[in-house]
Design a protein around this ligand. Sequence first.
Ligand code: ADP
Ligand code: ASP
Ligand code: MG
Length: 408
Amino acid sequence: MALIVQKYGGTSVGSPERIGNVAKRVARWQAQGHQVVVVVSAMSGETNRLIALAKEIQPNPDPRELDVVIATGEQVTIGLLCMALKEQGLKAKSYTGAQVRVLTDSAHTKARILEIDERNMRADLDAGAVVVVAGFQGVDANGNITTLGRGGSDTTGVALAAALRADECQIYTDVDGVYTTDPRIVPEARRLPTITFEEMFEMASLGSKVLQIRSVEFAGKYKVKLRVLSSFQDEGEGTLITFEEDNKMEQPVITGIAFNRDEAKLTVLGVPDRPGIAYQILGPIAEANVDVDMIIQNVGHDGLTDFSFTVNRAEFERAKQVLEGVKAHIGARAIEGDNKMAKVSVVGVGMRSHPGVASRMFRTLAEEGINIQMISTSEIKISVAIDEKYLELAVRVLHKVFELDQAQ
Ligand code: ADP
Ligand code: ASP
Ligand code: MG
């Protein structure tokens, strides 16, 4: 007998019929003698609908109240799924995040899980019930409802699996695993039977929305056995996130390509090229709680230099205002911005033993006439910032040139 945590995303619970199918799958696992905890997202489109509704009332919604509103999506699906399970003749009990006591910090709309009380869930499981938990939500020490950021139900799933020391956490979604890149952009993308934790972490942090980055972080920290699977297929191994590199097989050079559309670039032109200038520019940006991603400082001429960095597109205006505010103080000539940027990254542990990945990537983009505006690298990834209009083209040609469409 194993303890399994299964998480079902929005599309997988998008209609009464699909909720019924989830109930049938859960029933099959339970019939095999396993204990099952199910984490569900809101029905597809629901969280977006709730955010839009909130913005109609308050263009910049109050974060605490926004969490009160958007946490309701998941509350609907836990109730509905429990009803469907009861229709299958199973015992089932729903829990909101607060009812479990998924304790988080108080950072509304992007809260972090601090602690999970597993006692009530454990008692229900031991009594033969299926436990159904609302993803994406928690409660802070003062009893305020919090949410974990978009895609946060993945993190609820993995965190519960860690707290319950589950044998496996299964993420059921609308694709049958983790692919070499988003199959919606490149139809030739292939499912990866396994991917290393490190690679999955990079892919998620560089924009592959198949798993929320924090869920991968949790899996790494607590060594949760994590698998991504299709909720629309009955068979299939999906993709297992592994903690050891497979040394038996020849490593491919690149494992996958991630991309992110929501990038924006800011450039501070003609600042004095002196020690401390990066701090004078980025200090106020950090104080405004804007995350900076890539950074470039150009070679100075005549004592002046240009300084560029990228931020999430949603924070572009705020970052620009901050820079306008400090422009005179730092002695900059002008502030420029471009909020139609995208980032494409190639990821793979094979890069450690195969030199030349960067040059191959840059040559391929050059041959397509795609200008690289910024570059950043780590041991197992290379990212470039490009004009958003070339994003899909860049992903496709890179997927081909690194032979990701070929069976390994
Ligand atoms: P859910 O609602 O189940 O959480 P998401 O939409 O959050 O599902 O994540 C699944 C989607 O992630 C897929 O439909 C796919 O378009 C996208 N995706 C992006 N990159 C990848 C990748 N490398 N492999 C698989 N899916 C990916
Ligand atoms: N419903 C939330 C969202 O749409 C959480 C999730 O689906 O994981 O972001
Ligand atoms: Mg998701």
